[in-house]
Design a protein around this ligand. Structure first.
Ligand SMILES: Cc1ncc(COP(=O)(O)O)c(C=O)c1O
Length: 364
């Protein structure tokens, strides 16, 4: 097989999907996985067939793709402000439950105005900041915004959402603290909104590192892990996946050995991605984990090639190395095909990554 190439082990992929669904079923929770990890209708169909309730989408294209494959419950992860985007989502809302998220009065007003003009009703959750400090309000302000939404005719308040993404900046020992932030902040918001006589339908959250802990919450009833389908090196560092549970890796060739202990591979930033985990993690020293060579460090990446520092006896020119990326969501977004491993028992050669913004061809 030519290199570099992004490979997928289908058995590991389907096992990851079924074991997450089994975890949800066992705890009577709904799974709406984050679609941005794979951006692939084929993988989304496997998730739907395995029993997921719907999808959390990170882009308009992902919402359209989810609708195209007959998803009944679609949630958009971030506030939608652009009127053209809301117009597309209004069309989707005519056919399925389209749930938006908000963290501002402006967003609620814009959505209400367009939903009224289109004669539709959106579901909406309010984003609570559980520690990532990206979107969201503190639980008290979130409850006030929730109360404001209940007065709108074309928006139905459904509950609260958060994403404990700050877990990616932590160590393995701190994952439980973050899961606690996730559960407590949502609990505060829910307790506060009940003072207004309002109850939530959905309390939604999720990240791959925290899900096994927060699934035990008696409040959160919808989970949104995404990365679990592939897993990656940051999940290995945080203890949420083993090497054997990583479904996606890059195969690259050692093409030069210019100095003792320095090896050049033909996979660079345009293949592996420059991420050091979803939000950067101090425990990550290189640009991926070289399978069977735990001490080798990919110290830098230029566009097409990477540099590995390792003991001279570790590699020879011509060797093929397999690299688990730091952040598989970013790596999958850099290719249009995830090739199956040669020994995968499948009729097809690859899975298409067909929902990337720049290569998207579905219509609404
Ligand atoms: C809002 C939101 N929810 C859920 C997820 C899924 O988290 P993970 O990839 O850790 O499973 C993400 C991913 O970044 C996200 O941004």
């Amino acid at each position: 097989m030519n290199t570099p190439v992004t490979l997928i082990n289908k058995t590991v992929l389907t096992n990851n999907i079924s074991s997450m669904q089994a975890l949800m079923n066992k705890n009577s929770k709904l799974l709406m996985p984050m679609m941005k990890t794979h951006k692939s209708t084929e993988i989304a169909k496997i998730q739907l067939n395995t029993g997921c309730f719907g999808f959390l989408c990170g882009t308009i294209e992902e919402c359209i793709a989810a609708y195209t494959i007959n998803t009944k419950n679609i949630m958009y992860a971030y506030p939608v402000i652009n009127i053209d985007n809301i117009k597309i989502l209004s069309k989707i809302a005519q056919h399925c439950n389209m749930i938006l998220r908000s963290d501002s009065y402006e967003c609620v007003d814009i959505t209400q105005d367009l939903a009224r003009k289109s004669g539709i009703c959106f579901g909406m959750t309010v984003i609570v900041d559980s520690g990532l400090h990206r979107f969201g309000l503190d639980p008290y302000k979130a409850a006030k915004l929730a109360e404001y939404i209940t007065k709108k005719s074309n928006i139905r308040f459904l509950g609260f959402s958060t994403h404990p993404g700050h877990v990616y900046q932590k160590t393995k020992d701190q994952v439980a603290e973050v899961a606690n932030d996730e559960c407590e902040s949502l609990k505060k918001a829910e307790m506060e909104v009940r003072k207004y006589g309002i109850e939530s339908v959905y309390i939604t959250s999720g990240s791959t590192p925290t899900v096994k802990l927060s699934v035990e919450s008696d409040l959160i009833n919808v989970f949104h892990p995404g990365n679990y389908v592939f897993n990656d090196y940051i999940q290995m560092i945080l203890g949420s996946a083993s090497e054997e549970e990583c479904a996606l890796y890059v195969s690259a060739c050692v093409i030069s050995n210019p100095e003792k202990g320095i090896f050049i591979i033909d996979a660079g930033a345009k293949c592996l991605g420059l991420d050091k985990g979803a939000h950067g993690n101090a425990a990550i020293s290189g640009y991926g984990y070289v399978k069977k060579h735990p001490k080798a460090i990919i110290t830098s990446l230029s566009e097409e090639v990477g540099i590995i520092h390792a003991k001279q006896e570790e590699f020879r020119i011509g060797d093929i190395v397999q690299i688990i990326p730091n952040h598989s969501c970013a790596t999958a977004n850099l290719t249009s095909r995830l090739y199956f491993e040669q020994n995968d028992n499948t009729d097809n050669e690859y899975i298409k990554v067909d929902i990337r913004s720049n290569s998207y061809s579905f219509q609404i």
